[in-house]
Design a protein around this ligand. Sequence first.
Ligand code: PFF
Length: 470
Amino acid sequence: MAAAGSGATAGHENWSSRSAFILAAVGSAVGLGNMWRFPAEAGENGGGAFVLFYVFCVLLIGLPVLLSEVLIGRHGQASAPDSVQKVAQDSGASKGWSVIGSLGVFAAFLILSFYCVVGGWVVYYIGVFLGDLFQTGLTGGAFEGRAAEDIESLLPGLFGNGMLMIGLNMGFLAATIFFVARGVSSGIEWVAVYLMPLFFLLFLGITVYGAFTGNFSEAVTYLFTFDFSKLTGEVMLAAVGQAFFSLSLGVAGMITYGSYASRNTNLGATSGIIAGADTAVALLAGLAIFPIVFAAGLSASVGPGLMFQSLPIAFQAMPFGSLIGLAFFIMVFFAALTSSVSLLEAPVAFVKDRFKMSRMTATIIVGLGAAVLGVLSSLSFNDMADFRPLAFIPLFAEANFFDALDGVTAKLFMPIGAILTCIFVGWVADAKLIDDENGLDGVLHQTWRALVRYVCPIILAVILFFGIFG
Ligand code: PFF
């Protein structure tokens, strides 16, 4: 087996410390998935049953796959495809396994393109609340004197304006490009080290505020009362999908971040911290959003509109509503940016290594590609609403461009990438190499190995099957 770190690609960058790695990886995991998607999914899937199964999925599937991914990256010390290839070579297996990394890099690129569209909506709401703060003043509720329908129609209003959508999308993408172009330690790490603590501060403030001013007990009952009868196949599928998206798995992002980790980082412990922090933020996001929504007498099950439509209505009735609304969306912006940066970094690391380009050139090329797809995604809500790019595939026949990217990545790329990763780490890679990298001992090691070899691939295959045929 190769000696520690000897496989490092010349000039491969590194995190400046273990805590920088943790903050960046938590930054990647915590994002729109926690603040926007998790509460929406929990609300649509009946609350407690979904939440409990989600936590179960994080522990049983998410965490083992996360450790497998960072482990591949740390051993390979290169972009995702090259890292997988290095592990394969050091294990005497076919170089062809690098397809895991290539598929992942491509998926990350696709997700990046539509993630930045939603990032643009967040920027729009920052603008809306900022304007409102000037109009209504500091202490009043948000949107004084405006009807609820009026506030609700802000989002469809934005969707109707293709040029504004594209502009906001490009703005968010440009911010992402800026930080990735600056490199691992002075760009990506900088964002994580400064924005993640700010995120946690704002997040704590809003959760406490929600707990005191909102209907906290109803939210707790809703999120943590477990009713077995509500745990349908569909709810389970939604929970696994959410766990994957939230932990940034199956798309090379965590392999890439793992590749910047140093030899003395204990990957088992670090993966536990990342998964724990991500799950805590998701649960607390529910405890921040639902009390506010319930106090305003609104429904939990409106889906994606929860954060962008219901929550702003709820802020109307609250003291300091505009200020809280502004703080809320700034916080979501920070979380989204630290995630989009990781989505861009995976393909940039690949292009840079494979085509021997400078980081700047690679970032601009990948960024331009994401911009083109972003324009098409932005137009899916207006001028191109009737365009069905995958009409020939029954599963995606009804999807517009934005939905098609979302569907293909979540239903195909993520589970396929994760199944291949489990087979590769569990069955193909050299057991000694894996033992040396994972930082686990005794029972924990045995449990992790059994999960990666049997439990994860089987459950993921079932999910893939039902995701396609169900
Ligand atoms: N985990 C991010 C979120 O919850 O918003 C989304 C994400 C980031 C997915 C990076 C995949 C990824 F590689």
